[in-house]
Design a protein around this ligand. Structure first.
Ligand code: 0X9
Ligand code: CA
Ligand code: ZN
Length: 402
């Protein structure tokens, strides 16, 4: 009698628990809240960090480093009035880190707001450089073009790249404005580093390919290869020693780890190159492109405390969200980490910086998906250039400590 009752209770309880688990998962799938969405992506990413398998694809869909280099040289020589190509220095494997500048009077440093776009901190995140190559092409192809009826419907510039069907013809963003490209090019200075980590891209891996000599560089022999460049920026570096549990899994001083931060801040050639560029220019906004998760995330990433400019991050973020329809939030709620590009850019220089996590895989094989993603982010990039003109941020260059 007693045993029966017990059994029934256990069965009922089991069903109840399963029921709650299923329904909460289903509700997360139907109307994911910010936290639901973040926890799904978080789990996938933290798992991803555990595995070191290089990404091998040769679909021809993505540029190799050499193809990109050749393309950028060609674009520069055909558009030298508005585009310049410079090397920010070499990587460990002797590849140039290319930087494209786009502006009118491109060889002068004019008093125009400066915007920074970076791709491929992580070598296995293919779309992160493709969207920037596409953006460069879009600008040079449209700059000198008169306003065009791109979709042949008798109207001109009636559907700009804003993620909306402005002329209600069932198509989205099909007739962008050539004038807009001209205006942005003439009134801002756009610095684009499409592939910050070319060695990682060629190897198909997340980290770069430089040798490590133990976690703190103290070993005589090479112990492993590669640093996670998006952990190597020097902001709040020592927090890992104080709060190791908080950052567990997302950054590490184990040099074998996929999220190894490097022996010291800015130990890597690639992050040094960014630090130098940022010290010479006065950037207003930065977008750091990654894959994946369809996220727009902003500082802080190292603490749950809100940034001083949280309202501004939210308001610009909402405009970006209009265009790409991604999830917006503070990056710490993806997972806490130390030394990412955006925390340093904002913490040190008050550059309004976002990480954009593109799409839902590291290398979509469908060209239509890549194309759609690229067009949308032409819209995003143009928008932040326009926005940079009206941005006034207090305390630029101010850092409380470290
Ligand atoms: O972990 C990263 O570097 C970025 N994600 S990725 O999957 N592309 O590696 C996101 C960094 C965002 N910053 C924080 N979450 N603090
Ligand atoms: Ca200019
Ligand atoms: Zn990344």
């Amino acid at each position: 009698m007693y045993g029966d009752c017990m059994k029934k209770t256990i069965v009922v309880l089991t069903f109840l628990v399963i029921g709650v688990m299923i329904s909460s998962n289903i509700s997360a799938m139907i109307s994911p809240t910010f936290e639901d969405k973040m926890s799904i992506i978080r789990n996938e990413k933290l798992k991803d960090f555990q595995n070191n398998v290089p990404l091998i694809i040769d679909s021809g869909l993505y540029h190799t480093y050499d193809e990109m280099t050749e393309l950028l040289h060609n674009l520069e020589s055909n558009n030298s009035d508005i585009m310049s190509l410079t090397s920010l220095g070499k990587t460990y494997e002797d590849r140039d880190i290319w930087m494209v500048k786009i502006s009118d009077n491109v060889s002068n440093n004019e008093d125009e707001p400066e915007v920074l776009l970076i791709g491929a901190h992580h070598g296995n995140e293919k779309p992160s450089y493709e969207v920037l190559i596409y953006f460069i092409k879009h600008i040079v192809q449209n700059y000198s073009r008169k306003n065009t009826d791109n979709d042949g419907d008798g109207e001109v510039n009636e559907d700009p790249i804003d993620g909306m069907d402005n002329d209600i013809d069932g198509l989205i963003d099909e007739d962008p404005s050539e004038d807009r490209v001209r205006d942005v090019t003439n009134n801002t200075e756009i610095y684009i580093i499409p592939m910050l980590n070319p060695d990682g891209v060629e190897a198909g891996i997340r980290k770069n390919c430089a040798p490590n000599y133990g976690p703190f560089g103290l070993s005589k022999e090479i112990t492993s290869y590669g640093v996670d460049l998006n952990r190597n920026y020097g902001y709040r570096w020592f927090f890992l020693f104080i709060f190791p549990k908080f950052y567990f899994l997302s950054t590490s001083y184990d040099d074998e780890s996929n999220v190894y931060r490097g022996e010291k801040p800015f130990s890597e050639l690639e992050t040094k190159a960014i630090r130098k560029l940022v010290s010479e220019q006065d950037f207003k906004i930065c977008l750091s492109y990654h894959t994946y998760g369809k996220l727009i995330i902003y500082p802080w990433g190292y603490t749950k405390l809100p940034a001083k400019d949280k309202k501004l991050f939210e308001s610009i973020g909402k405009d970006i969200k209009q265009i790409n329809n991604y999830t917006l939030g503070q990056s710490v709620f993806l997972y806490p980490t130390i030394g990412d590009a955006c925390d340093w850019l904002y913490g040190r220089k008050r550059v309004i910086s976002y990480t954009i996590e593109l799409g839902d895989s590291h290398a979509p094989s469908d060209p239509a998906i890549l194309e759609e993603m690229s067009i949308r982010h032409v819209g995003v990039n143009l928008y932040i250039c326009e926005k940079s003109k009206s941005l006034k941020i207090k305390n630029r260059g101010f850092t409380p400590f470290v």
